[in-house]
Design a protein around this ligand. Structure first.
Ligand SMILES: Nc1nc2c(ncn2[C@@H]2O[C@H](COP(=O)(O)OP(=O)(O)OP(=O)(O)O)[C@@H](O)[C@H]2O)c(=O)[nH]1
Ligand SMILES: [Mg+2]
Length: 248
């Protein structure tokens, strides 16, 4: 498939009156794509920051962000929460009869899911596997709102495999050192990963990983703990949105 993702995304930004940047509520700063934001600002188009997957985070944690981002809407496309607010925001910023709305963001942040939540039907295809949407898709959400879905894009400068795994933009099967990434997750969100697997919060992330391996009964031949498989499972559960921050 001859796809230059950046060209597609730029084309969408160019054609759109408003851009929605979709962010993961668990990792808002990490999922902001500064390269795309810069491009949008250059073209002088309004950005609405859509903080998605809010069902995975406590409301108190999100409130602080409101002050930082000019146009910002909290959504859970899974629970269809906040979509009316988002529609109203689009209508208040769009001045034309037909408003074209580009939907951009890192892979797996929920771009296609948001489009479906807005359109009220499964018009854009979604998947827990990042890199699912391959081309531009136009979806009519209402008489005035036309949404343009895009493939998730990773900045050229971002080759940090660990960061990409945390952002959910890298297939866990392809992560080189899953144990390192899993330990970073364990340390970054104190007690959250342990809580999900039903173990006590640990001071030492390596110890936590071992205890989770025991809990999951992940062993290699000979009975030794399979820490790598355990770490990959943690990454899957994180990327699928099973691990939430509600216990933080
Ligand atoms: N918990 C939760 N999960 C969500 C939410 N929105 C999307 N997801 C999940 O996140 C995963 C990715 O969703 P998609 O809509 O395919 O994401 P995308 O940004 O279009 O991904 P690409 O097309 O690969 O770039 C899926 O497993 C969704 O079910 C949400 O509000 N809450
Ligand atoms: Mg998609």
């Amino acid at each position: 498939m001859p796809v230059n993702y950046w060209e597609l995304v730029y084309e969408v930004i160019y054609k759109s009156d408003i851009i929605l940047e979709i962010l993961d509520a668990r990792i808002i700063d990490e999922t902001r794509n500064k390269t795309i934001e810069y491009k949008i600002q250059q073209l002088n188009k309004p950005i609405i920051y859509v903080i998605n997957k809010c069902d995975l985070v406590k409301k108190e944690l999100l409130d602080a962000k409101k002050k930082e981002l000019e146009h910002c809407v909290y959504v859970s496309s899974k629970e269809r929460d906040g979509t009316t607010m988002l529609k109203n925001k689009i209508l208040s910023l769009g001045k034309k009869d037909k408003i074209h709305v580009g939907v951009v963001g890192y892979p797996n942040t929920g771009k296609s899911s948001i489009i479906n939540a807005l359109a009220g039907a499964n018009k854009a295809s979604t998947s827990p596997q990042s890199g699912h949407t391959k081309g531009i898709q136009l979806v009519k959400a209402s008489n005035r709102i036309y949404l343009l879905d895009t493939p998730g894009v990773i900045p050229f400068s971002n080759t940090d495999s660990t960061q990409l795994a945390i952002i959910c933009s890298k297939n866990p099967q392809k992560v080189k050192d899953p144990d390192v990434v899993a330990m970073i997750l364990i340390e970054k969100f104190e007690g959250v990963v342990e809580h999900f697997y039903g173990i006590e919060k640990q001071k030492d992330s390596e110890k936590a990983l071992e205890l989770i391996a025991i809990k999951m009964n992940k062993k290699i031949k000979g009975g030794e703990l399979d820490v790598e498989a355990t770490a990959r499972q943690i990454l899957y559960d994180w990327q699928k949105g099973k691990i939430n921050l509600l216990s933080l």
